[in-house]
Design a protein around this ligand. Structure first.
Ligand SMILES: [Zn+2]
Length: 327
């Protein structure tokens, strides 16, 4: 494990150990797969991981105007993994789909006829994705593991790659970038790494969304308790899992003593879209403007209900309740 410019570089073994002890309050539902396209394999010299990561960060900040590098992790041809944006922040990787996601950029251009993925890179991508699914209790399916190609570039709507899409993570990524390619080629490799009995969903009381701009995570159900890691906090709209309640405090980790004050949160309900296409409007009525749409099976967090309409988390986005199934 080495570090430079504020990034940490891991081998896959080091990553697997590190992720076990990771503290992450944000609810993770999706693992995004991307290729960097440019830079590609030709620019990797075997020892310039940090320089390449710093180059991408500079580009994202200076050219894209983002606050930080877009991705949480970059994987490299030699199988190394380098950290990027802090995991407690949403990434900037798929327009409209970044909340509740972890974004991985695989260095290279994996369109057909371009870079040929090395065996070490391939092994890291498989093991890393499997480890993240295990760590965040995600089922190995095309809702948890998503390709950038499946989302419309301008609306963020999932269209499974039928129009206005990037090829990302590449037309040659594990046999192709289509949903069917992922199901036939990629997912079985991930499943092969996870013994079925290891996917255990811990008992959850409910989900809540943060209403404060900065909510401290503490080591006990009391504001005098020490903050976790000295300073860990989460911001508005972050969805937390609640495993226990104690006198106005919520325990947000199944295994650790991590608590937040309940008064800075609102309960949200997890629901799934039950129709092929569900319009998202900027108000609780059909007369409001359509902003985007969601597809069948997509998961959402609902914060409020009004006349048969449901508001998405802390956003001003509304969905008709009739087309949602609550879990
Ligand atoms: Zn992408």
């Amino acid at each position: 494990m080495t570090s430079k410019y504020g990034f940490v570089k891991f081998t896959i073994q080091e990553f697997e150990n590190w992720i076990n002890s990771l503290t992450l309050a944000r609810t993770v539902l999706h693992i995004q797969q991307h290729h960097t396209y440019n830079p590609n394999y030709a620019l990797f010299k075997g020892n310039n991981h940090f320089e390449m990561q710093q180059g991408m960060k500079n580009y994202h900040i200076n050219q894209n105007g983002w606050s930080d590098i877009g991705q949480h992790f970059t994987t490299f041809p030699d199988g190394s993994i380098v950290t990027g944006r802090a995991l407690n922040q949403s990434p900037a990787c798929i327009f409209g789909q970044n909340a509740n996601s972890i974004c991985i950029e695989h260095l290279g251009n994996f369109d057909l006829g371009k870079d040929i993925m090395t065996p070490a890179h391939r092994e890291t991508i498989i093991r890393m994705t499997a480890k993240l699914c295990g760590r965040f209790n995600l089922q190995v399916n095309i809702s948890s593991i998503v390709y950038h190609h499946w989302f419309d570039l301008s609306t963020g709507q999932r269209n499974d790659g039928t129009k206005n899409n990037k090829s990302c993570p590449g037309t040659g990524f594990f046999g192709g970038n289509k949903v069917q390619d992922c199901q036939s080629n990629f997912l079985p490799l991930i499943l092969g790494q996870i013994p079925a009995q290891l996917i255990v969903i811990p008992e959850l009381l409910k989900y809540v969304s943060v209403t404060a701009s900065k909510l401290n995570i503490r080591t006990g159900a009391d504001s005098s308790k020490r903050k976790v890691n000295g300073k860990l906090s989460v911001g508005t709209g972050v969805v937390l899992r609640v495993y226990a309640e104690d006198n106005g405090w919520y325990k947000i980790s199944s295994s650790k003593e991590h608590w937040v004050a309940a008064r800075y949160t609102l309960p949200v309900t997890r629901a799934q879209v039950s129709v092929t296409t569900l319009n998202v409007r900027n108000g609780p009525d059909k007369s409001f403007e359509k902003i985007t749409a969601l597809n069948k099976g997509q998961e959402v967090f609902i914060a409020e209900e009004k006349n048969g309409w449901c508001r998405l988390n802390m956003e001003d986005k509304w969905l008709s309740k009739s087309f949602l199934v609550f879990s």
